[in-house]
Design a protein around this ligand. Structure first.
Ligand code: T1G
Length: 682
């Protein structure tokens, strides 16, 4: 075995060179990996004893893509294109041996080799679109040559991972290894067959059949543009990917690759990709808790009890059942229990009906739910999650009672969205085992889980909750205790400004549409209509209170801020304006603010509150705040979250605008960073 560099080895056995790359954790294409691969390839090409070349990776995966940590920072000896040319033009057949997740530049590299073999569990794809990029290593040109334009767009615009079996069916791989452990041997055997056959290697770039067929269909690209119009709207990367695939269909190769190269740079340097790459890193950063010992023993969680069968309780139960935990749902009366159980069953039944879940799995999940009317049913649970009425006394009382029945080592969690977790914990016998698990509605769908760390919460309990978050498929973000935690505390600031603008005479629809145009799925008033105007505390929100008492409780009653008699879309309703006038004295529409100024008014106070949350140590890092808002509140991901957005517009501009707004106390941290020319992220 020859060591080419620190992570690259080359062995030659019986005419087959095996190049092994080992760059933990995911063999990302760093300059060191690229240099190693190039040198090993050159050595193999120069060695007359070598007749075929196998490329394989050590560790958990074949190359998982460009190294996002060194993008554009360090240069390899030979760039990606030089490397690809060297591989593709090899007169000796080359075979990529795939396992794990060959993604992005990793799959593009594999597509420059002449053949591909994968283990059965391999999942491959071109996820660049999720990072606001396009597959800039020939992926937009080679993929259509393998699968045709329509299938290529499906892969490139969704970025989805293709399982090995499907990859074989669409021609993306040539073979599947006989087992997970036989990849190397099977790849070498494949190489020997190729040597024996004497067949000259075929380059994917030369395969014309699929693109020629697409070219012969003149209406194809227009149809595909129509099909993807919604997914591409306002987003740079999907639009650029579409143009690249269109160029691949048009041909020739050189013209297509030139389009790909010219489209890549602007994306890489653009704001949308910067935001999306920030989120990728932020998601991973959120999983890390500073100061926690690494080898902390987690508490085993095998069974879960959920107290409460309402919207939250049944959603939480569903989330745990989905992750394979047996759940006991506990309610106070049979009716409520029946409703909760039916809600859970309804989710699984409907998924089975829609073909999203096999009937067997749906049945198994339903069977894993048990129901009870007595708290003592929580006696055996390793974890109890409470989702009862949002009232401090009710919750304190419940935690005292729970302490008497639950196992002394059980973790007790409250799903409060606003209340003082320390006060709730104080009523339990073991406050060190209490914490907040703040789910978002619908709890089995929304990705965010705020994990609220009480002042007494034990490290092992916190770490167990983080691990649980991962098992539930959630993005878990740690928050300290304060009213509303990270998410709702910031939301309150936005709502206060939205209400203030209403009282100044700005139309509610103008406020909502400014946020929707920014990229939120809905504005503040549309959000209340969806959630219900009678939900949560409304004393400080007299307009909402008045609407609710007039029977306008939102979509569920057919009207709220908007009129839903014509459907869920909702129409502006003059009756709402009358109520606004009655309550605030303002004439709606008497004041117009530009959409940009409405946005500043709504978003800058959120940034200010985020800065306070940081300086108080409620959040560990600015990127955690971004994750909360992206995964829990619909902040558009290509805009990176409130703190990232603040960096992009420039903190001095934010501070200056905030000074002119009513009801704002500036965060000293925000002022300081602005004065120093600093940023929140990076
Ligand atoms: N670059 C740098 N570091 C990466 C990385 C990458 N591409 N992918 C993962 N890591 C780090 C990650 O930060 C974490 O580090 C550790 O690896 C484990 O990751 C020219 C433009 C591969 C499926 O989009 O989807 O190629 O936190 O916790 O759940 O066209 O990571 O431990 O310090 O996520 O097993 C395209 C992104 C790039 C793949 C593994 N590639 N990665 O998941 O572990 S663009 C991607 C993933 C491109 C070309 C272009 C996943 C994974 P730390 P993890 P995992």
């Amino acid at each position: 075995m020859t060591a080419i560099n620190e992570g690259t080895d080359l062995t030659v056995e019986d005419g087959v060179a095996v190049v092994t790359l080992d760059f933990p954790p995911v063999n990302a294409m760093s300059p060191a990996l690229m240099d190693g691969l190039y040198d090993a390839l050159t050595a193999s090409l120069d060695d007359p004893a070598v007749k075929a070349i196998v490329l394989i990776c050590a560790g958990r995966t074949f190359i998982a893509g460009a190294d996002l940590k060194s993008v554009g920072k360090v240069e390899p000896k030979v760039d990606f294109f030089g490397l690809q040319d060297a591989i593709e033009n090899s007169p000796k057949p080359t075979i990529a041996a795939l396992h794990g997740t060959p993604l992005g530049g990793g799959l593009e590299t594999a597509m420059t080799l002449h053949y591909r073999i994968a283990t059965p569990s391999t999942r491959m794809g071109l996820p660049e679109v999720k990072l606001g990029l396009l597959p800039g290593g020939g992926g937009t040109q080679r993929m259509p040559r393998i699968v045709g334009a329509e299938a290529a767009l499906d892969l490139l615009l969704t970025g989805r991972q293709v399982p090995a079996k499907e990859a074989l069916a669409i021609g993306l791989v040539d073979r599947i290894a006989s087992g997970e452990d036989t990849l190397r041997a099977d790849a070498v055997a494949f190489a020997r067959e190729l040597i024996a056959s004497g067949k000259p290697p075929q380059r994917i770039r030369d395969i014309e059949e699929k693109v020629a067929a697409d070219r012969a269909d003149p209406g194809l690209m227009d149809r595909l543009r129509e099909k993807w119009a919604k997914a591409m709207k306002g987003l740079d990367a999907p639009q650029a990917i579409f143009r690249c695939v269109a160029a691949a269909v048009k041909g020739p190769w050189e013209a297509g690759i030139a389009v790909e190269r010219s489209e890549f740079g602007p994306l890489l340097n653009g704001a949308q990709s910067a935001a999306l790459r920030h989120i990728f890193m932020a998601e991973r950063a959120a999983a890390k808790i500073p100061g926690l010992p690494k080898d902390l023993a987690l508490r085993p969680i095998r069974t879960v009890a959920v107290i409460g069968g309402g919207t939250m309780g049944s959603g939480i139960a569903t989330a745990f059942l989905d992750a394979g935990f047996p759940v006991t749902m506990i309610e106070m009366n049979q009716d409520a229990l029946d409703r909760g159980g039916a809600a859970v069953k309804g989710v699984f039944t409907s998924r089975a009906e829609r073909g999203k879940l096999t009937q067997d799995k749906a049945d198994a999940r339903i069977a894993a739910l048990s129901t009870a009317l007595d708290l003592s049913a929580a006696a055996d649970a390793d974890l109890v999650v409470e989702a009862v009425f949002e009232n401090l006394d009710v919750k304190k009382d419940l935690f005292a009672k729970l302490s008497a029945v639950a196992r002394p080592d059980a973790i007790l969690a409250t799903n409060t969205s606003f209340l003082d977790v320390n006060a709730i914990a104080a009523s339990a016998t073991h406050p060190e085992r209490v914490l907040g698990l703040h789910f978002f509605s619908p709890a089995h769908v929304m990705r965010l889980l705020e994990i609220v760390r009480g002042e007494k919460t034990e490290d092992a309990v916190l770490a167990t909750a983080m691990d649980l978050g991962k098992k539930l498929g959630k993005i878990a973000v740690v928050s300290g205790v304060c009213p509303g935690f990270i998410g709702n505390r910031i939301l309150s600031e936005r709502q206060a400004q939205a209400n203030a603008m209403l009282a100044e005479g700005v139309l509610p629809w103008d406020i909502d549409s400014a946020l929707v145009d920014f990229g939120f799925p809905m504005g503040p008033f549309q959000m209340f209509d969806l959630a219900g105007l009678d939900i949560g505390e409304s004393d400080r929100d007299p307009v909402r209170k008045a609407l609710a008492s007039a029977g306008r409780k939102g979509q569920k009653t057919g009207s709220g801020y908007y009129d839903y008699s014509g459907g869920r879309q909702g129409k502006p309703d003059p009756a709402t304006l009358d109520i606004i006038t009655q309550v605030t004295g303002a004439t709606p529409g008497s004041k117009t603010i530009s959409p940009e100024d409405i946005l500043a008014r709504l978003l800058y106070p959120m940034i200010n509150e985020g800065a306070k949350i940081l300086e108080e140590g409620i959040a560990f890092r600015a990127s955690d705040i971004d994750m909360v808002w992206i995964t829990g509140y619909g902040w558009p991901s290509h805009k990176g979250g409130p703190m990232f957005y603040a960096d992009q517009i420039g903190l001095p501009k934010v501070v200056e605008a905030l000074r002119a707004m009513p009801g704002i106390t500036l965060s000293p941290l925000l002022e300081k960073r602005a004065a120093e020319g600093g940023k929140f992220n990076g």
